[in-house]
Design a protein around this ligand. Structure first.
Ligand code: NOJ
Length: 529
């Protein structure tokens, strides 16, 4: 097993687990998760045994000092920890404790914008030396400089007029998140220094927030209706900037960059990973937008493979802190939980790195947020509800997340959808996620094997993973009813069930031809080479 573990870079080997620190675990009882809460639960992620999730790395969403207008994506100091989350000493301990468990630490890097309280912006606003670190422009006809809108619909124009001044400043998100001007070399140099600061502290990788926004039309031309940035005209500049970020981290051994490349065109997404000198991984948002259909997933997966270079490596994910959870997104007809389990099987067995958002290992749905508890400007509270660790009947209403009042309500189903209860139940989503992770760790074919799509039924997504004398077949039934498959003649007649998302499936040797998959079942089979 150790040869398998070292043959590949860590960011290809196993899952990267996203922690949204506000909602993971609260150690000090103030109702908001914190770094000491993360430290206390690292064994859940990987304690070196199959009783844990066996993750390769954790990705921490922002923990920096912040006024929290966008819950940490408005950074007021890139080199410290917000008191609500703890201290730099806590962070150092987190890195030490994670590394002691062979867990790499990836942090969120937010280079497109700062908080309006960041000293750089405070200086810029006061017409100081950093005025040109941001995008201040004169208005047009009494209004903003152009027609650009914030990515947050509720915000409207991407420009705010200075209260004491005649100019407007650009913000792709909230007015409290002014965009930096990456056309200014001083901004880029400052960003490089920040990466070095965290690399020196032992951080293993960075998730680059809105990586696709690192260059904008310098002429600030109006956007056409429906046009999303970036326009292809200035994308080459983004690639150059990412290449230079890569050079900075490449000065340190074994560091990784994963980009939030929010482009809905696979041909463009792959350009960020195909050359091998920019991002190591790019989150694929096309995948996240797919309808629940075998055909849609098949063509998206095959399309990505066809467009990828030999060295490109996919990053698969279907949930994060900005999007509805899988069990809810695909749950309108009552089959969300079964589908969330099947998705776990898919993410761990596709060729590529699985990104698992906290709670997906429990097949957690979104929480219901009553109007008076809404805190996010863009409707993302439901997927950010705190993680239930224990049954409320045992641990109180904070469900082991907090002893205080949680900052957002927990899911109504916390009594059975929590880590402790699911850990005791061999049929649970959590136990399935653990088995998947350790299966992948132990089987080179699942970790790094070649992948080939197989046609078995129009409702069933099927693929082979192959590595020398090892072969696996994964079957995923998108229908809610059972489906009988037809095996291609070049595959053997029998296989061995490794695991299934359906707790009713018996393990052992089975005939493949005319095999019936249960509704929403995903099945991993070992077959003869
Ligand atoms: C993407 C982040 O994932 C999201 O949470 C945030 O609001 C925006 N970028 C702005 O930083």
């Amino acid at each position: 097993m150790s040869t398998t573990q070292t043959a590949q870079p860590w960011w290809r080997r196993g899952a990267i687990y996203q922690i949204y620190p506000r909602s993971f675990a609260d150690a000090d009882g103030d109702g908001v998760g914190d770094l000491r809460g993360v430290i206390a639960h690292l064994d859940h992620l990987n304690d070196g045994t199959p009783g844990s999730l066996g993750v390769e790395a954790l990705w921490l969403s922002p923990f920096y000092p912040s006024p929290m207008a966008d819950f940490g994506y408005d950074v007021a100091d890139y080199c410290d920890v917000d008191p609500v989350f703890g201290t730099l000493a806590d962070f150092d301990e987190l890195v030490r404790e994670a590394h002691a468990r062979d867990i790499k630490v990836v942090i969120d890097f937010v280079p497109n914008h700062t908080s309006d309280r960041h000293p750089w912006f405070v200086d810029a606003r006061a017409h100081g030396a950093r005025r040109d670190w941001y995008v201040f422009r004169d208005g047009r006809d009494g209004g903003p400089p152009n027609n650009w809108c914030s990515d947050f619909k509720a915000v409207g124009p991407a420009w705010t007029r200075e209260p004491e001044g005649d100019q407007w400043y650009l913000h792709s998100f909230l007015p409290q998140q002014p965009d930096l001007d990456w056309g200014n070399p001083a901004v880029e140099a400052a960003m490089h220094d920040l990466l070095r600061f965290w690399c020196e502290r032992g951080v293993d990788g960075f998730r680059i927030d809105v990586a696709h926004k690192l260059a904008k039309d310098p002429q600030l031309r109006d956007r056409r209706p429906g046009e999303r940035p970036p326009n292809e005209d200035w994308e080459p500049e983004i690639h150059e900037r990412l290449r230079r970020l890569r050079q900075v981290v490449d000065a340190y051994p074994d560091r990784m960059l994963v980009g939030e490349v929010y482009l809905l065109d696979l041909r463009r997404v792959v350009t960020y990973i195909n050359s091998g000198d920019e991002l190591h991984l790019a989150h694929n948002f096309v995948f996240l937008q797919l309808p629940w259909s075998a055909a849609a997933f098949r063509s998206s997966i095959d399309g990505f493979t066809a467009l990828s270079s030999k060295i490109a490596w996919p990053a698969w994910f279907l949930a994060n802190h900005d999007h509805a959870r899988v069990a809810s997104r695909f749950g309108g007809d009552g089959h969300g939980a079964a589908r969330a389990r099947a998705v776990l099987v898919m993410l761990y067995t596709l060729r590529g790195t699985p990104f698992i958002y906290q709670g997906e290992e429990l097949a957690l749905p979104d929480a219901d947020i009553p109007p008076e508890r809404v805190v996010d400007v863009d409707g993302r509270d439901p997927e950010r509800a705190p993680l239930p660790w224990r049954a409320p009947s045992e641990a109180g209403p904070g469900a082991g997340f907090t002893t205080g009042t949680p900052w957002l309500p927990l899911v109504a189903e916390a009594e059975h959808l929590n880590v402790a209860t699911q850990g005791r139940n061999p049929a649970s989503a959590l136990r399935l996620a653990r088995r998947l992770a350790w299966l992948r760790r132990e089987r080179p074919a699942l970790q790094r094997g070649e992948q080939r799509s197989v046609e078995v039924h129009e409702d069933v997504l099927a693929w082979l993973r192959i590595e020398t004398d090892e072969r696996y077949l994964v079957l995923m039934n998108f229908a809610t009813q059972a489906r009988r498959i037809t095996m291609p003649p070049d595959l053997p007649p029998r296989g061995t069930v490794e695991l299934s998302s359906d707790a009713g499936r018996e393990e052992g040797d089975i005939a493949l031809d005319a095999l019936a998959l249960a509704g929403s079942e995903a099945l991993v089979l070992r077959i003869d080479p």
